[in-house]
Design a protein around this ligand. Structure first.
Ligand code: HEM
Length: 823
């Protein structure tokens, strides 16, 4: 028994000893050996520290940058900010140096000649095992290696080949349209372009690669974003070999759960498409990336087949690779254009010249050269991936160097892109003109001097996809908006999975003139059409005004026969278009869309306006002059106050006494003749309104340049105001001199009482008083005149009804005047 115990315990001791030796080998002798081997070849670097390597220094330098109390100035010299350790150590130790991620040796290579050698040699310098990215990307195309990589690469190349990309353009346009639709609420305001662009790129990849919309995949995106955050947080955390697998941190537990949930959600997307094929709803898995992956998953040929896990990992990879990267590129492009308005203008000019009012197409996208230069310069200054990593499993030659096994190789793209020896002393300046003659010229044919998309066999498979998406998005934004950087923007580029703006990119959005004249109408029209509301098409600037004026002129040119079918005469356009397009249709008064609603149920809904969604329309300039801001045109609290005054002036008791008076007497206590002048002037204003009803008003221009009618109506408006003031002063004088003892019970009296009220809640201004007077002169005179005139005409042509009415009046009134009782 004792022998067994001794035997067992010495076995355990031996195992422990072996473990300690292995551990020491890993965290002490190997690092020391590699360090001295590299130093002997002239490769220096910060010394290896037991177990930690250089992690503590790296974390301290990064924290110092992030925590720095003063925000970074608006400079593009971001290398010292994003990778401070590489920046300092290149300065200290040279272009290529050795540093330590824990006990893992990392050879940093910033020399383009060597970079080219590494990136082109996928066998000796394969992608490093994914480690921290495994949970995020799985064994997808970005992370996988060997035979599996080759199989997946072929599938992805197939999904993104030229013909397929062409077919994706309408979906890309639709995604940008959706974003610009949201932007309409931000015109003249601040918007976070980064947040918006992230939704855009998610929407685009959802539609193009997975045949769904962003909202359906929103959950997957959210989970992947959380996972990316955990991954970035863990990057420089040390893990003791073996221990990490036994003791789980909170981050590990959360990321395990996220990984399971993401898997379940993707399986749901896959199952949905499978069931569409099974039920016959779709006849194939489709030609997008998901379709191609599903065909490979169901393939009977073992050499083509991929497993369910592969399929899921590939989806994860594309959800991440397809969104974060392009979002980074587009956001920094918008940032750079916001501060370099000269390039923004140049790009817009190119877009307008090439695309005009057309949507981007495969043909015109490829001809957007200035936009292409702008994209390249953004990728140079703000590359989405600031470093790439490879590994060396077996000793290998690199230039004149011998790189020992078990060394990782880091390629600091940002160092190459910001190298003054390659780009000149002005490397930190934004100069898209560097790329005017193309990339080879800009880099003097040095392929490894500009490598935002990598180099060699593992170069980005989504390169063309991204460029097309970025050009479409930029051209559609540029031709609708001008943007400048908001004062709230804080410059802080941080490398997470990709290089992103830590606090977003706040820009001030200004709609371009063309937006108002073209895009907004076109968008509104298509939105209404998609809901079945048709109507005459919007014409540039004029809308349908020319057609309306022509129809009106035509109908008015000949007298009408004596029929009561007046609808085709008074509103010939509405009459024709209801016949053509249905009871409710959309027409255009210049740039203003007008939804014509003739369906009684909808009319009820609009006029009852329970949700206060249909307030009175803001009066046009002429109507304002005509009615002022009086009861008919005003809204909200002011309307409420004025309505109370009018209700009081016209309540039943007052009316009983005043029915026999015309409006001058009832409302203003004077006779028509006294105010004949006001009525005449108002009639003139009414003439200007009807004359200008369908005149196109171009935004802003109307404010700057006055038409003759505008000048004339200004004068009439002033004269009316003077006349009303005279009436008011007259009544005031009567009170002051004691001729009368109050302002009176009529409307003018009620208004004057409110005007002189000491309670600010009741008080109205002189302008309000004048506008209210105008409103009632017009509202009462015009409306009553209309009703009475047509009644007279109808009775003239329908003698039987004239006789019936006369009989009733004679029976009721006899020789008496009408009174409240008999009326
Ligand atoms: C501005 C946008 C983008 C940039 C800067 C970018 C950059 C890169 C880089 C540098 C690599 C190679 C990394 C390495 O060698 O270690 C890469 C690979 C890859 N990219 Fe992109 N990418 C972008 C957009 C996209 C998009 C939109 C997709 C998918 C739709 C995508 C999918 C991939 C995939 C699958 C790989 C792995 C290819 C392989 O290893 O065979 N990328 N990308």
């Amino acid at each position: 028994m004792g022998g067994v115990v001794i035997y067992l315990s010495s076995g355990l001791c031996l195992l422990f000893l072996l473990f300690v030796i292995k551990l020491l080998n890993k965290i002490w002798w190997t690092p020391i050996r590699i360090q001295s081997q590299m130093r002997s070849q002239g490769i220096k670097g910060p010394s290896y520290k037991f177990f930690h390597g250089n992690n503590k220094e790296i974390i301290n330098m990064k924290n110092e940058m992030i925590m720095s109390s003063s925000p970074m100035e608006l400079s593009h010299q971001i290398f010292p900010i994003t990778e401070p350790h590489i920046y300092s150590w290149i300065k200290l130790y040279g272009t290529n140096f050795l540093m330590w991620h824990g006990s893992q040796a990392e050879l940093v290579v910033a020399e383009p000649k060597l970079i080219k050698e590494i990136m082109n040699n996928n066998r000796s310098f394969p992608k490093r095992e994914p480690r921290e990215y495994l949970k995020l990307l799985g064994n997808g195309l970005v992370t996988t290696r060997g035979e599996k990589w080759l199989k997946k690469r072929k599938l992805a190349v197939n999904a993104f080949h030229a013909e397929n990309l062409k077919n994706m353009i309408p979906d890309m346009i639709a995604s940008v349209d959706m974003m610009l639709e949201r932007w309409r609420d931000y015109e003249g305001k601040e918007i976070d372009a980064y947040r918006e662009i992230k939704v855009l790129t998610s929407e685009t990849i959802s539609r193009t690669a997975f045949g769904s919309c962003y909202l359906e995949g929103e959950n997957i995106f959210n989970m992947l974003t959380k996972m990316a955050y955990i991954v970035a947080k863990k990057k420089y955390k040390l893990e003791i070999p073996g221990i990490g697998k036994l003791l789980k941190t909170n981050d590990d537990i959360e990321s395990d759960k996220l990984e399971r949930d993401i898997r379940d959600s993707i399986i749901k997307v896959v199952k949905k498409r499978e069931s569409n094929v099974l039920t016959g709803e779709a006849e194939s898995y489709g030609n997008d990336l998901l379709g191609i992956l599903m065909r490979a998953y169901h393939s009977a040929d073992e050499t083509q087949k991929i497993s369910l896990d592969d399929l899921i990992d590939e989806c994860k990879t594309f959800y991440v690779a397809g969104t974060d990267t392009t979002a980074s590129l587009l956001s920094w492009t918008i940032f750079l254009l916001a501060i370099h308005s000269d390039w923004q203008d140049k790009a817009r000019k190119e877009v307008l010249e090439l695309l005009g009012q057309q949507n981007p197409s495969a043909d015109n996208i490829s001809r957007l050269n200035i936009v292409g230069m702008i994209i390249n310069e953004t990728l140079r200054l703000y590359p989405p991936f600031v470093v790439f990593v490879r590994e060396v499993k077996k000793e290998v030659k690199l230039g004149d160097l011998i790189v020992p096994a078990n060394v990782d190789v880091t390629i600091p793209v940002i160092a190459v892109h910001h190298d003054p020896q390659i780009w000149g002393e002005d490397f930190h300046l934004y100069k898209p003109e560097r790329f005017a003659q193309g990339v080879p010229k800009a880099t003097s044919n040095n392929m490894a001097a500009f490598l935002p998309f990598g180099l060699g066999p593992r170069t980005c498979v989504g390169f063309n996809f991204t460029i097309i998406e970025a050009k479409i998005a930029l051209s559609m934004i540029l031709r609708r908006y001008k943007f400048t950087l908001s004062p709230n923007y804080v410059h802080s580029p941080v490398p997470r999975i990709t290089l992103c703006p830590q606090h977003g990119i706040q820009v001030m959005l200004r709609a371009l003139f063309i937006n108002k004249l073209w895009w907004n109408p076109i968008w509104t029209q298509s939105q209404m059409r998609s809901q079945g509301i048709k109507g005459p098409s919007y014409k540039f600037i004029h809308g349908n005004t020319k057609e309306i004026i022509n129809m009106t002129n035509e109908i008015m040119s000949s007298p009408m026969e004596l029929t009561h079918q007046i609808f085709p005469r008074v509103y010939p356009h509405v009459y024709s278009w209801i016949k053509l397009y249905g009871t409710n249709f959309l027409m255009w008064n210049g740039l203003q869309p007008q939804l014509v609603v003739a369906e009684p149920d909808l009319i009820k809904e609009i006029l009852n306006d329970k949700d206060r969604a249909y307030p009175k329309r803001e009066p046009t300039n002429f109507i304002k002059k005509f009615l002022g801001d009086g009861l008919v045109t005003t809204q909200g609290e002011k309307w409420f106050k004025q309505r109370k005054l009018a209700n009081h002036a016209f309540h039943v008791e007052t009316l009983k006494v005043l029915t026999s008076e015309i409006i001058s007497r009832t409302a203003f206590g004077s006779s028509y003749l006294e105010e004949e002048n006001i009525f005449n002037m108002l009639t003139k204003l009414a003439f200007f309104i009807s004359k200008n009803e369908y005149k196109v008003r171009i935004p802003l221009i109307g404010k700057l340049v006055k038409t003759r009618d505008n000048t004339k109506s200004d004068k009439v408006e002033q004269d009316i105001q003077d006349s009303v003031i005279k009436i008011v002063e007259n009544r005031e004088k009567n009170v002051i001199t004691g001729e009368v003892d109050s302002y009176g019970d009529d409307l003018l009296g009620a208004l004057m009482m409110a005007y002189h009220d000491v309670d600010v809640n009741q008080k109205i201004s002189l302008d309000d008083l004048i506008d209210e007077c105008k409103t009632f002169y017009v509202a009462a005179q015009e409306t009553m005149a209309s009703v009475l005139s047509w009644t007279v005409l109808l009775l003239t042509t329908h003698n039987n009804w004239q006789d019936k009415a006369r009989k009733e009046v004679q029976e009721l009134f006899g020789q008496q005047s009408p009174n409240a009782g008999n009326i």
